[in-house]
Every structure is written in C-alpha cells, then in structure tokens.
Design a protein around this ligand. Structure first.
Ligand code: FB9
Length: 508
C-alpha cells in the first residue's frame, strides 16, 4: 500500500474511532514503523493525536532459537554421551562449549548424566532416555506466546538465570482525531508566496509548522573555544567598548627592571625573591634597557626625588638585569606608560589580558600561572574618585553593579584598594580585584608630566571563569589535568548577562 493510500486508510479508520498503531499496521500489512512515521507527520499537522502505550512480550534469544531445533543444551549433552558412557575429554570434544558447560551441568542437575568416580574422568548416562526436554518445551511455549502455561519459577530462571528468554518492550500508539482532523490532509503551504500576499489568501492559510526536532542536525565536529578564552573575549570586548587599547603582552620573559624596578618595588622586597618569582636560568640576564631611564629609576630607588625620599638603599643593576617570568602584566603597563611619556604624553586607556607566573603554592584556586586582566587610565589630574567611577562602569558591564572598596597596599600604587562586588548569582560579596593610583615615584622617572596621574586595576581571568562555569577546582579549568570534554561542551559565557535580581542595602 503506498503512502497516500495508507494515509487515507488511517484517517478513515481514525474517523470511526481510536486506532492502535500495531493492529492497524497488521491489518494494512505494513511495517509498524511506517505507521508510526505517518502518525507523527499527521500529528505535526494536528490531524491526529496519539498517546503511547508500552507493550512487552517474552521472546527467545537468538541462542534459544537454536534450541527449539537442536534441543536444549542439557538434552544435547545427554544425546552426546553414548549409552556406555565416554571419557569427559571425548564428551567435550563432541559438543559445543555451551553444551559442554551449561548443558552438562544442567543434565547433571536433572540426573540425566553423571560423572564416573576415580581414574580418568568419564561421563555416563544416568537414565536410558529423557522423558521430556522441559527446557525446549518451555521455549516452544514462549515462541507460541503461551508463556502463561509455564511455571513462573521456571520462567524466572529461563529469563534471569539461563538468559534464554528476554523481555521485549516496545511502544504502540493509540491514534485518535486531532484538533485539525479531516479525512484528507490538506497540503499545508510551507512558504508565504507573493501570490498569497497579493490575493490575501495567506490570512486563512495554516502554514506547515517547522519541525525543529532536536538532534536533527549532526553535531559539527570542529574546534571548541576554551572557557578561559570565552571569558577573555568578554573582557576584551568590555574594554574595547570602553575605548581601551590592548597592550602587547607577547613576552612572558621580562627583566626584573620592568617587572619590579620601574614600579619602584625595592630590590629587597619579598616578592622579588625566588619564593615568589621564577628566575630564568638561560637567558639569565637581560641584554638591554633604556640607560637614561634606568639611571632615573636607580636614583628614585636610592635617594628618591620630586619630594620622595625613595627607598634609601644601594640599588644593584645586576638585580634589575635578572630575567624572570613576569609576575604581573603591570610590567607591560610600565613599558607602555614609559613609551607614552617618551613619545609625548597624551591621555590614554590601556588594557592587557595575558599569562603571569608566580612561584606560589598550588591549591584549589591557585596555579603557578594565571591570566591577569589589567586596566590602566592615564590622564591629567585623575583622582581616586575617577578610579572608583571607572570600576563601577567596568564591573557593571560584567553584571556586578554593587561594589565596595577596601584600602589595600601595593608597592607601586598609593592609594590602593581591594575591590569587592556583590555577585547576584552567588548571592554573596566576592573579592574581584585590586586597584590603585601609580606612585609619582613610578611616573616621574618615566618623564610623565607631574599633573598626570595614572589609575589602574587588576583581576584574574580564572576566578570569573571558575564562577561562571561553576568550576570548583582550578585544575579542572586549566592545565594538564583538565578534561578536554569540558572544552567541547561548555556553554557560551554569560558574563555580564546576569540579570540583577536584587539590590543589597548599602547599610550593611
Ligand atoms: O580576580 C579576582 N577575583 C574575581 C574577579 C572577577 C570575578 O567575576 C565574577 C564572575 C563574576 C570573580 C572574582 N581576584 C584577583 C580576587 C581574588 O580572587 C584573589 O584571591 C586572587 N587574585 C589573584 C592574585 O592572586 C595572587 C585575583 C588575582 C589578581 C589580584 C590582583 C591583581 C591582579 C590579579 C592586580 C592588580 C593591580 C593593582 C593595581 C594596579 C594594577 C594592577
């Protein structure tokens, strides 16, 4: 029966009353799946509607199918033993593995066969003939759908213990009239055509619904973006939208000079020793620095200037020339600010997002490297208020509108503030970074005009990513232990898309 005829027949049958899909398939002599396919497409146009009914029946396994013909394994075992018995070896030789193991054991249990004690193991018949191959009989009953005639205990063991019978389950559908039922399916237009618009027939047309069945499309095999890079892109877009320019961060190896000395971080500062910083073995020493600027930095460290007393110690060039893995991208900020001053100051907004390395104890939230996000604004007479204002702007775009600031200390900024934000999803205050105004001792040796101030802030990429993706241990996010699978199926980054559900009262 062709599809159109089958559709017609089914609609006719349904017009009379509910139809069961397997019976209709039986009657129409077509495969049940074909009827289900037709039913689903008629259902898509609401001509019919269906409700699934589970069906189950006992069925033989391919193995037990053979026993219907060859007899049960135990019967085969019995018949393989000659009337006068034979050696176990001969017996095993003569039959299949299943008969030799399962069949023999079963025949022993049924007291059909027995082992002859002593000497070379022999098998002998315990009965002259089998009065009935119960197993085979029962399998036949199953095949005839008469499982009810079998003793439930035997049936249980055929299913569970001997695994010769299986429970087949399948779904059939009761098909009944749908909201748009009619004996004939009106071909539903799929496209809105110019003619319809002109003659207005589109108004009373019911267009074919899109059937976006999930999983229709094959998952494209291709590259996947690591969650960290998705969050990095979010941060990048946030900075670019705020008019910041990205600083070049393509140098993991930095000299102590740019990483520490330009930031007026004294050479005896604990962060500068091997406990916190990775020192390069090769190349161990930096091979160039702007000598005039180095002199001015040296002076500022040793005796100060411009009203500062400096750090009052003997500054060593060798210390500054040591190559390290940069501990912060603030080293890159120092290079860019120095260049800005040298090229002639003009207001500037810079950002950087890249790896920094700290020789710290590794734990759930810290690895020996992380990605630092840094924002720098350089302009005349900038104040702490400007910094607070910008931080509000920046974090608001990341979905955090409630900020708090706690005085902090950084060797290269004064004043400095730790930044805390109320995280709407976590429903708690989170430390989201650090910030401050670069010290004049840092800016003036660069040649920055005295009325120019530079405000800056920093945070990590890992923390927001762990929070956004609900990752508890940083090792699951970054490094050799992370599951590549998680890169394949991680959702897009919703940073900044967190709806503000509640406002926290300022009094707290
Ligand atoms: O990232 C951090 N926290 C954070 C950031 C965003 C965030 O977003 C949520 C999804 C919405 C959640 C949390 N922190 C900075 C705060 C803490 O995690 C802190 O314990 C760990 N910090 C790192 C350093 O650890 C040694 C994060 C890292 C950090 C800290 C300070 C700076 C940069 C990174 C800086 C700076 C700075 C200061 C002044 C001038 C220029 C740069």
């Amino acid at each position: 029966m062709d599809d159109a005829a089958l559709e017609k027949a089914l609609l006719l049958a349904v017009s009379v009353g509910d139809v069961t899909s397997d019976e209709f398939a039986e009657q129409s002599g077509v495969d049940h799946k074909k009827v289900i396919g037709l039913m689903k497409s008629l259902e898509a146009s609401a001509l019919v509607r269906s409700s699934a009914v589970d069906r189950s029946a006992l069925a033989l396994t391919p193995e037990s199918e053979t026993y219907i013909v060859d007899g049960s394994p135990e019967a085969q075992a019995f018949h393989a033993v000659p009337a006068d018995g034979c050696s176990l070896a001969e017996f095993k030789q003569a039959v299949s593995k299943t008969v030799a193991e399962v069949g023999f054991k079963q025949a022993m249990q049924s007291k059909w066969l027995g082992m002859v004690k002593g000497g070379e193991p022999r098998v002998e018949r315990k009965v002259d003939a089998i009065n009935e191959d119960t197993c085979q009989t029962q399998l036949k009953l199953i095949q005839e759908g008469k499982a009810g005639d079998i003793d439930p205990k035997d049936l249980e063991s055929l299913i569970k213990k001997r695994k010769l019978v299986k429970q087949d389950t399948w779904k059939v559908y009761v098909i009944s009239k749908g909201a748009e039922f009619s004996l004939e399916r009106k071909k539903q237009p799929t496209d809105l055509t110019r003619e319809m618009l002109q003659d207005g027939t589109w108004r009373d047309e019911t267009f074919k619904a899109y059937n976006l069945v999930p999983g229709a499309g094959a998952m494209p095999s291709g590259g996947h973006v690591h969650p960290l890079l998705k969050v990095r892109q979010q941060f990048r877009e946030t900075f670019l939208q705020l008019g910041f320019a990205e600083m070049p961060t393509n140098n993991f190896v930095e000299s102590g000079f740019w990483n520490f000395d330009t930031l007026i971080q004294p050479q005896m500062h604990p962060a500068r020793d091997a406990h916190d910083t990775f020192f390069m073995k090769t190349p161990a020493v930096a091979n160039r620095a702007p000598e005039d600027y180095v002199e001015r930095v040296k002076t500022m460290h040793e005796v100060g200037g411009h009203g500062s007393i400096g750090h009052q110690y003997a500054w060593k060039r060798t210390e500054a020339d040591k190559n390290i893995l940069r501990t912060h991208t603030t080293a890159v900020s120092a290079r860019c600010l120095h260049k800005l001053a040298k090229d002639g100051f003009k207001p500037a907004k810079y950002f950087s997002i890249d790896r920094v390395f700290r020789n710290e104890a590794v734990d759930r939230t810290h690895l020996a490297e992380f990605h630092q996000v840094e924002g720098v604004i350089c302009d005349k007479n900038l104040t702490l208020g400007d910094l607070i204002g910008v931080l509000h702007q920046f974090f608001a775009r990341l979905g955090m509108t409630q900020l708090r600031f706690k005085p902090a200390f950084n060797p290269y900024t004064e004043p400095s503030m730790e930044i805390f934000a109320y995280h709407p999803m976590l429903k708690k205050w989170v430390e989201v970074g650090n910030s401050g105004m670069f010290r004049p001792e840092m800016m003036l040796p660069m040649g920055m005009p005295p009325d120019v101030n530079v405000i800056a802030w920093g945070l990590s990429l890992e923390r927001p990513t762990m929070i956004m993706y609900g990752i508890d241990n940083i090792r699951d996010l970054f490094g050799s232990k992370m599951q590549l699978g998680s890169v394949k199926n991680n959702p897009f980054c919703r940073l900044g898309l967190i709806e503000q559900t509640e406002t926290v009262k300022a009094t707290q």
